[in-house]
Design a protein. Structure first.
Length: 291
């Protein structure tokens, strides 16, 4: 059965479906020696090249959907390469054979916290679609006294340059002195929306951490710059959100030694993070604050 070219490329992990459509439109993709066009469909035995390089394609049955939870530090950008040489969120991810990781959404350079990656481009594409409206929760540290009237306006809605916006929920979460922590939730994914909402009320945000995406929480034991692969239960929760069939296979071990291996893996992640800080960015950053 034939499938749309951009769907097959996205599923193989070469990027989101939107990115693949842009590559096809730019003439970077060929099918059996002919430059591809938007709308082309391919069979399983088609010979596909990107920028002249032959690529391996897999059917939906051959792809195991994997998802990583990554603890993004401040200072990393959500691009594969940066002309300025800044570190990217892809630098420390594990290698995958005949595929690559696709980020589910983005966090700006000054925001830390939970960022999901998947080997299934179709899953990423659907989760990022505006119609999905996945609930996201952030821990926000503000500076200065925040009047109740300001909080109420952020609940009921304010006008931003790209339209009205509001927090679905906003709750105080402690703090010291002039620094106040809040937990806020929203279902949209507009650029810098959390910061812009606070800035619309002339409130300074000094720290922003995403701590939850849907029902997937940032693991408290996961160090900044560390990643962990999600179990099948959480993978299928995300697939259900995206309207995809459940995954029946996993790369994770499920035997009695899995807990011990997870502890060893956590220790390896922490060592790798420390090594990366020394050989890469240089100075270690202070530990994460959580309310």
């Amino acid at each position: 059965m034939s499938e749309k070219l951009q769907k097959v490329l996205a599923r193989a992990g070469h990027g989101s479906r939107r990115e693949m459509e842009a590559w096809i439109a730019a003439g970077r993709v060929s099918i059996d020696g002919e430059i591809a066009s938007l709308g082309d469909r391919i069979e399983a035995d088609a010979k596909v090249r990107i920028d002249g390089r032959a690529i391996s394609l897999k059917s939906a049955e051959d792809v195991i959907c994997r998802v990583l939870a990554y603890h993004k530090p401040e200072g990393e950008i959500c691009s594969r390469k940066d002309p300025e040489g800044r570190p990217t969120v892809f630098d420390r991810l594990p290698k995958v054979r005949d595929s690559r990781w696709v980020a589910v959404g983005r966090l700006d350079i000054n925001t830390s916290g939970l960022l999901l990656f998947t080997s299934d481009g179709e899953l990423a594409n659907r989760l990022m679609h505006p119609s999905n409206e996945v609930d996201r929760e952030y821990a926000v540290r503000t500076f200065g006294e925040i009047p109740e009237a300001t909080v109420q306006r952020l609940r009921t809605g304010v006008m931003l340059e790209d339209g009205p916006a509001q927090f679905d929920s906003i709750k105080p979460a402690g703090g010291e002195g002039m620094n106040q922590w809040w937990h806020v939730c929203l279902r949209e994914g507009r650029n810098r929306e959390v910061r812009r909402l606070w800035e619309s009320q002339e409130v300074q945000v000094s720290r922003l951490i995403r701590i939850r995406y849907g029902m997937v929480e940032l693991p408290k034991s996961l160090p900044r710059g560390g990643w962990v692969e999600l179990p099948m239960e959480q993978v299928n929760y995300l697939r259900k959100l995206a309207g995809l069939e459940a995954e029946t296979r996993t790369m994770l071990a499920a035997d009695k030694h899995s807990v011990a291996r997870a502890q060893v893996k956590s220790a390896k992640i922490r060592r790798a993070v420390r090594k990366h800080k020394v050989t890469g960015s240089g100075k270690p950053k202070p530990s994460r604050q959580r309310s």
